[in-house]
Design a protein around this ligand. Sequence first.
Ligand code: URA
Length: 325
Amino acid sequence: MQSDPEHLSDADAADAVRIMVKEVRQRLESLLRAGVKEVPFAPVFARRAPGARTASGPDAAGFAAEGDPGTILPAAPSSPAPAIPQPTVAPRPEGRPAPARPAAPAAATAPAASFFQESGFDSPALAAAERLVVLKDLAEEAAGCRKCPELVAYRTRTVFADGDPNARLMFIGEAPGADEDRTGRPFVGKAGQLLTDMITKGMGLKRDEVYIANILKCRPPENRPPQPEESANCIHFLERQIEVVRPEFLCLLGRTAAVGVLKTGLSMGRLRGKWYRYRGIPTIATYHPSYLLRTPSAKKEAWEDLQLLMTAMGLRIPPRKKDQD
Ligand code: URA
């Protein structure tokens, strides 16, 4: 991996330009789908000094800043500034009625500049082949990790991730369960089946088009929630996974994922339905599939959250059954 972006070889520089062009094109297409017609370009491309961080506090689009979950947007109806692609500007599939959640007033629509955030990463994005190599090394490092003695004694194997390292969307769950510990793949048990349905039947994507990882790489005994020190020991693996995959969107499944990534103490009931940023990446939180299995009445809200995500990603939201009749 080339670590000094100022001294790239010609091949690496060409690769970096290709990735940059691809990312800019994806972002522009995403903005266009959201109804944005103009973007300012000068300040956006200004290079940030290595190590510099975006100021804390919500940005112009009303995103909560990294590590600043206390400044989360208020609920949409009273929100002075909405999150990214709102139903007020996004093209809606034919015949689809306004979403159940009242849209923020059009006048409060975020200025285009705030959509087009600088990357929150100091390192250059990696080429596809490099991502595979770096993630494989990282998975090996996780497999050799012995920081949490109880987890090490209990695990059959570590469970690193599943899916496309070049995915636009990354799901983050809590920790492997029995099925994951047996197979080495995240989200393959009952909760995994529900997540797979949410991805395939709900969002119309293939499971292997997204990237799926967890806060913990080891199964906690009796599937107990991760202890704070276990999450703290493991989080650097996930942080690196996000940095390498650099998805366009993050979806946090359940409170453990939200605590780990957004460093928030809020309940999922308060967190869901709004946008945050993690290192510049638009991030949404919703209920964990295990919770949805125990509480089917929450599926409606989870589907609303997925629709927010789909709108932002420019994915078609299928008409509701009763609209088809
Ligand atoms: N629950 C999770 O959070 N992750 C898995 O991999 C499986 C179940």
